[in-house]
Every structure is written in C-alpha cells, then in structure tokens.
Design a protein around this ligand. Structure first.
Ligand code: SF4
Length: 263
C-alpha cells in the first residue's frame, strides 16, 4: 500500500482509520470485480474519435439512446475533418434524439476543427490536451483515456458520486476532488475498471431510489446498508440488467431468492 494512500486525508468515516478505509475500499473493489467480471464502456465505438463523440453525446442522455444514434452518425462522419466541415442542420438532425442537440452539434464541429488544426485530425492521448478540446471536460477525458488509450482514469458520473458517498469513501462532493480522493484509495491500475464496476453497480443494484440492499454483494462493507429493502425477495425484484441471475446467485443472503428470468 502506498504512502500516498495512507497519508491522504479524508473527512469520511471519522471512526474508521485511514488504513481501515483503504482496506475496505479495496476489498469492495475486489468484490465488485466478482460481481461484474466483464465490465466495459457501455457506449459503442471502434476508435478514439468515435468514443469521444459518443461520450459528448451521452451528456444528459442514456448510453442506450446514444448507441441508437451513433451507427448512422459514424457512417456519415468518419474523420475529424468530416465533423469540422459538417453541415450543422444535417448533424443536428442526426443527433437530435440525444437532447441538447444544438449545443452538442457546436461541440462536435468545434472538436473536429480543433483536432484538424492542432492534432493532425487525431484524438490526443493526454488529459491536458483532451480537456482543451471543445465539449470535453475531465469526465469525458477520463472515459476516453481509460477506454481508448488504456491510460488509467477515474470517471466520476452521477452514479459514481452517489455510490462513493453511500460507501463513505470520501465526504468530498466536487467531482474533481472525489476523483482525487478515490484515486488515493484505490490502486492506479484499477482506476478504469473500478469506474466501470461502480457505474455498473449503480445502474443495476444500488439505484438512486430503492437500492437492492438485501441482495447486495458489498453489503457487509457498506455503511449505508438498509437504506433500501433488506428483505431478499423485495431486493431481488429491484436488480436490473443482464447480470441479474449471476448477481442473485452470488447474493449473500440466508434465504437466497430464486434467480428470476432476465428482463
Ligand atoms: S448495501 Fe445498499 S446502499 Fe450499500 S452498496 Fe449495497 S445496495 Fe447500495
């Protein structure tokens, strides 16, 4: 365990020592790896430019909706130069279902222009260069780094913020501070996969309303256990997604509910 992990301050869980917090956070990450052995960016892409565009479109929109829009978009716009020279009305029409399409069209055209002018049409592979591009904040940059360039990055989205607060990994609420606080708890090589696991858990089990505490694999390490139903049958009905049967089979309950049919 690094000195940084042990020394970094946190206001979370005052009764819990720093060492105990680091150990608990890493144990939760390992358990989540068992729960979700095959995690990935839920946006469809085949190269860094497509991932960057998809991530920009995912603001205030579900990944599912973005994935419905991107096949036609990526077929029409294949390079940064294509976005730079896009006809605005045509681009807006293609991305309209993702919402905020005028702003997003502005970002995509600006992104294309910046990539052509400053990066020979290629998406750069550093945080500092990525956050200088139109429409790209730190969250998008970390998604692109982690998933297109294999550079470890922590993606702090709404699920991530909610879950690490419930777990009392940190009492920070600002996304950049949360990113640094969690980065000090978890091994760097785990950052990208941790981000996926936390987001998967947030979408499938630890919902904003009525989390499925009664069948949650990390319940024993979660200080918020009990904010959702603890009855296994009631909790099982709340689990979502294709891993439902797998999660219920692993559920640490005395009266384990029968796996349900996939929805
Ligand atoms: S025990 Fe409940 S609050 Fe804690 S992580 Fe699991 S589902 Fe979320």
């Amino acid at each position: 365990m690094s000195d940084e992990a042990l020394d970094a301050g946190t206001g979370a869980a005052q009764q819990e020592s720093r060492l105990a917090l680091v150990r608990r956070a890493r144990r939760m990450n390992r358990t989540l790896a068992t729960a979700f052995p095959h995690v990935f960016a839920e946006l469809d892409f085949t190269n860094p430019l497509e991932l960057t565009v998809a991530t920009i479109l995912s603001a205030q929109c579900t990944d599912k909706r973005v994935n419905e829009v991107t096949p036609a978009l990526f077929a029409r716009y294949r390079t940064a130069a294509d976005y730079a020279g896009a006809r605005r009305d045509e681009l807006e029409e293609l991305i309209r279902p993702t919402g905020f399409y005028r702003n997003k069209a502005t970002s995509l055209i600006g992104l294309g222009q910046a990539l052509v002018e400053k990066h020979d049409g290629r998406v750069p592979g550093t945080l500092a260069e990525l956050v200088e591009l139109p429409g790209i904040g730190r969250k998008t940059a970390n998604v692109v780094l982690g998933n297109a360039f294999d550079v470890p990055g922590i993606t702090v989205d709404t699920h991530f913020l909610r879950l690490v607060a419930r777990w009392r990994w940190t009492d920070e609420t600002d996304p950049v501070k949360v990113e640094h606080a969690v980065g000090a708890l978890i091994e760097r090589k785990e950052w990208t996969l941790l981000s996926h696991r936390v987001i998967f858990h947030g979408r499938r089990v630890c919902h904003a309303r009525r989390p499925a505490c009664g069948v949650c694999l990390i319940a024993r390490d979660c200080p918020s256990y009990g904010i959702g139903p603890t009855d296994p049958e009631a909790a099982a009905a709340l689990v979502r997604g294709p891993e439902t049967d797998h999660l219920l089979a692993l559920a640490p309950t005395r009266a384990r509910p029968r796996p349900r049919r996939r929805r």
